[in-house]
Design a protein around this ligand. Structure first.
Ligand code: ACO
Length: 318
């Protein structure tokens, strides 16, 4: 038994902030940002839009694409680092917003690796028969964690959501998944604040050592892609599409090169929405599907990495 993606959906907030817009408030330029990251613009959620609001639209679109009624959902997993509240989970809030109740719903926190962690988890539920219609959504309002005066980080991030519907299939679906974490690297990318006695202790602003993150990401993504292929008994040449975490065009290009894939076989959306953390892979996947590039039966490599450090890859037949 496999778990197969029956439909995809995504949502980006309406407000667009271009590199030129940022250059009006901080010392940067479109040329600098585009050359180093590939990012041209990002979307920012409205003040009254929470992570669950973005996720809800992405889920509705994925259900529609799958031709599945929401009443069929029996598992909901939300990958997010920017939950609506400390608790209840964003998954419980979303379940209620969907007008559904009773089935398991929970959040997974693995920052930019959140979607691969969540999809790998849902896969286990579906494969074992514990769920027959799982919804996995990556949704973030990272803009709230970013200090918009810090040119070293704010240029990179944006808000968005992407979702998939996962159902059992006899024929095809998720072939392999590999997840990793290494807490020794937790200091190079973090949001350090903790809630203490009703207040915030420390700063919640996202902190990043850009060069160290870059080096770690390139190596870890190359290794996990190879490990996942090896576990599935497939060769690099059998991948039709790489659907990577959209952090940075240079990291994406490096992974593609390692896999021997031309950029024509890589779904790249980072220029349009920057790094949306756990939302970026399902956003790219939905774009690949809706543009007609990703076709049924093709083999996809999804891979993501984020603070923790946490990373992973999923190989699937779409
Ligand atoms: N505009 C103009 N100049 C800038 C900007 C900016 N937005 N940001 C930094 N600079 C300056 C620096 O101050 C520095 O100036 P100096 O030489 O006078 O001191 C110079 O540019 C070079 O700074 P570096 O940090 O060395 O620049 P680098 O080439 O490493 O690029 C970047 C920075 C783009 C952040 C890069 O390190 C990177 O892509 N890292 C990966 C980060 C990433 O993708 N994080 C996402 C989260 S983790 C994940 O999802 C995998």
């Amino acid at each position: 038994m496999y778990s197969r993606i029956a439909g995809t959906g995504s949502y980006l907030p309406e407000k667009i902030v271009t590199n030129d817009d940022l250059a009006q408030t901080i010392d940067t330029s479109d040329e600098w940002i585009a050359a180093r990251t590939g990012i041209r613009e990002r979307r920012i959620a409205a003040t009254d839009q929470r992570t669950s609001d973005l996720a809800l639209i992405a889920i509705e679109r994925a259900l529609d694409a799958a031709g599945v009624a929401k009443e069929e959902i029996d598992l909901l997993i939300v990958a997010t680092t920017t939950p609506d509240n400390v608790f209840p989970s964003t998954a419980c809030i979303l379940q209620d917003k969907l007008g559904l109740h009773g089935f398991p719903a929970f959040d997974i926190q693995a920052v930019c690796a959140g979607f691969v962690y969540a999809l790998a988890t849902a896969d286990k539920f579906v494969k074992t028969g514990a769920a027959r219609c799982a919804v996995v959504v990556g949704a973030e309002t990272v803009s709230n964690l970013v200090n918009w005066q810090d040119r070293g980080t704010c240029i990179l991030f944006g808000d968005g959501a992407g979702a998939v519907v996962l159902q059992p299939s006899e024929e095809t679906g998720i072939l392999e998944s590999r997840l990793h974490a290494d807490g020794r690297y937790r200091h190079i990318l973090k949001s350090d604040a903790r809630i203490r006695q009703g207040g915030l202790d420390g700063t919640p602003w996202l902190y990043m050592e850009g060069n160290a993150v870059f080096k770690f990401a390139v190596r870890a993504l190359a290794d996990v892609a190879e490990e996942t292929l090896g576990a599935a008994g497939l060769g690099k040449h059998e991948i039709d599409w790489l659907v990577p975490h959209q952090a940075n065009l240079r990291i994406i290009e490096s992974t593609a090169k390692h896999l021997g894939l031309p950029m024509e076989q890589v779904i790249v959306t980072v220029e349009k929405h920057g790094n949306t953390s756990a939302a970026s892979i399902p956003l790219a996947l939905d774009e690949g599907v809706r543009s007609g590039r990703i076709q049924r039966g093709q083999k996809l490599m999804l891979e993501g990495i984020g603070g923790g450090f946490a990373w992973g890859a999923i190989l699937l037949a779409y």
